[in-house]
Design a protein around this ligand. Structure first.
Ligand SMILES: Cc1cc2nc3c(=O)[nH]c(=O)nc-3n(C[C@H](O)[C@H](O)[C@H](O)COP(=O)(O)O)c2cc1C
Length: 163
């Protein structure tokens, strides 16, 4: 019998990186009620009726516990002007929201005012996904405006300019 081929994690990461993703910040309140958030590239649409979306979060991430405990959240779609926020929310900072323009949303979670689209969600389901959890959100409200979406591709932030 043949052994399963070895998977080189670095090479797998590079291969995954060949597919560009949009860049979002998923914002919520922590256990103390303080606004926080996490940069998420795995966000995608899922279902129209009911209105569902999904993303995956590493089980080791601090925010994973908040999602498994059912915290509501807002998915904020970043524009190219907001690339600095993508890096800010990808760092383990004490106050991730320092200097960020936040407002209330439909759910018990803050939203990033400058984002080009917002999806306010309740947790619909959490599924196991290996070393990640898959968070399925039920969209209770959303909005969107003009702007060029920020793209993450081969380890770099890029613009979504048309061909
Ligand atoms: C462009 C980009 C996309 C990312 N996408 C994800 C993702 O989909 N899931 C994830 O778990 N981490 C993702 N990360 C990494 C997290 O943002 C980062 O580890 C963050 O510090 C986790 O925050 P937390 O520890 O407060 O949960 C991404 C980082 C960047 C820069």
């Amino acid at each position: 019998m043949l052994d399963a081929p070895m998977i080189d994690p670095r090479e797998l990461r590079n291969a995954f990186g060949c597919l560009p993703t949009g860049v979002t910040v998923v914002s919520m309140l922590d256990e103390a009620g303080k606004p926080t958030g996490v940069t998420v590239g795995s966000f995608t649409s899922l279902s129209m009726s009911p209105a569902l979306c999904l993303f995956s979060i590493g089980k080791e991430q601090a925010s994973a516990r908040l999602f498994t405990e059912g915290a509501p959240f807002v998915v904020n779609v970043l524009s190219t002007e907001l690339a600095d926020l993508a890096w800010q929310f990808a760092k383990p900072l004490e106050d991730k929201c320092a200097g960020v323009d936040l407002t209330e949303s439909l759910v018990q979670a803050p939203r990033l005012n400058d984002a080009i689209a917002h999806f306010a969600c309740h947790a619909h389901a959490i599924h196991d996904g290996g070393d990640h959890i898959i968070v399925v959100g039920e969209i209770l409200g959303f909005d969107h405006k003009e702007g060029d979406a920020l793209i993450f591709y081969r380890g770099q932030m890029q613009t979504s300019a048309p061909l």
